[in-house]
Design a binder for this molecule. Structure first.
Ligand code: C5P
Length: 299
């Protein structure tokens, strides 16, 4: 009998992304406050003759389907740990923008890991899954846990963060992606010769999340990768300006971009803002979503 397992996994936005100097291993120490948002990929694993990946959705053609796909690497890593050949068909129903700074690839990895764990009855503990996630990428552990969390180290060492309300977002999706390593390299170039302070989480930001206060959160958002993302993709400044003119409470680049994130007062304001951003011609499309959202969940 051929059974299959489906897992739903959220996107994220970084409400604070404080970046330190490059470490000897090439990574950067971070104070990274992740917030999961309600845009989801669905990852389905089904027993097969060999490992293969397929993808559906409007941006499916941009997703690599070979062994470099992070979901394939997740299945391989879990299989290797348990002596199981990772002979599964992984199907990704993709709704998270691709290479957009919203952790779509990380979401697929966390989803594949949880789905294969259920399919193979490997019974991994949460800590075992988190360790495998950290080996796959800095953002993968957060995709598993969702909600809101502070990530330190390279972003993989998580502490949960309390969120006292619902936040309404609009995400403007740009044409084409941005390479995360290239954005970090640009950060290094722009900060060369300066003393980069050690990254520290903002207490004001944590208070804003705890109180669920949109105006307070709007005033506390920050992203040290915004300047390098804008340097590599200057047209994003027009998108940020269009959202601000259209009434966004705050506008920032999501993670390493090029997706831009806009905070809105409520659902109606978010819908109006999404319409205005789409009409502005400064982005490919605009999506509304609420946060926080749950982490990877079996369907
Ligand atoms: O961990 P992940 O594979 O997602 O990282 C992708 C790339 O982003 C790294 O190879 C590195 O260039 C950069 N990165 C970094 N510091 C971090 C996280 C990522 O420099 N904390």
């Amino acid at each position: 009998m051929s059974q299959s397992v489906t897992v739903r996994v959220p996107a994220k936005v970084n409400v604070q992304l404080a970046v330190g100097a490059a470490r000897p291993d090439g990574f950067h120490d971070l104070a990274n406050v992740f917030l999961a948002v309600g845009l989801y990929d669905e990852v389905t694993v089904t027993p097969a003759d060999a490992l293969r990946v397929t993808c559906s959705g409007p941006d499916a053609s941009q997703v690599p389907l070979d062994a470099s796909n992070l979901a394939a690497r997740a299945a391989t890593a879990l299989g290797a740990r348990h002596g199981i050949a990772p002979d599964v068909h992984i199907h990704i129903a993709k709704d998270i923008p691709v290479a957009g700074g919203m952790a779509g690839g990380s979401a697929d990895a966390a989803g594949a890991l949880l789905a294969c764990d259920a399919l193979w009855n490997t019974g991994s503990t949460r800590d075992e899954l988190l360790a495998l996630c950290a080996g796959l990428g800095s953002d993968v552990p957060f995709s598993l846990v969702g909600g809101a969390a502070l990530g330190v180290g390279r972003g993989e060492q998580l502490t949960p963060v309390e969120v006292g309300g619902t936040f309404h977002w609009v995400f403007a999706v740009a044409d084409g992606g941005l390479s995360t390593p290239a954005v970090y390299r640009e950060f290094d170039r722009l900060t060369a010769g300066t003393r980069v302070p050690a990254p520290v989480v903002s207490p004001t930001l944590l208070d804003a999340l705890r109180s669920g206060d949109t105006a307070a959160l709007a005033g506390a958002l920050s992203n040290d990768l915004q300047a390098p993302a804008l340097s590599l993709r200057p047209s994003l400044a027009r998108t940020l300006a269009a959202g601000t003119v259209a009434g966004a409470r705050a506008a920032l680049v999501s993670g390493s971009g090029p997706t831009t994130a806009f905070l809105a007062e409520d659902e109606a304001a978010a819908r109006a803002l999404a319409d205005a951003l789409t009409a502005s011609g400064t982005c490919r499309t605009a999506r509304t979503a609420v946060s926080p959202a749950p982490g990877a969940t079996l369907c």
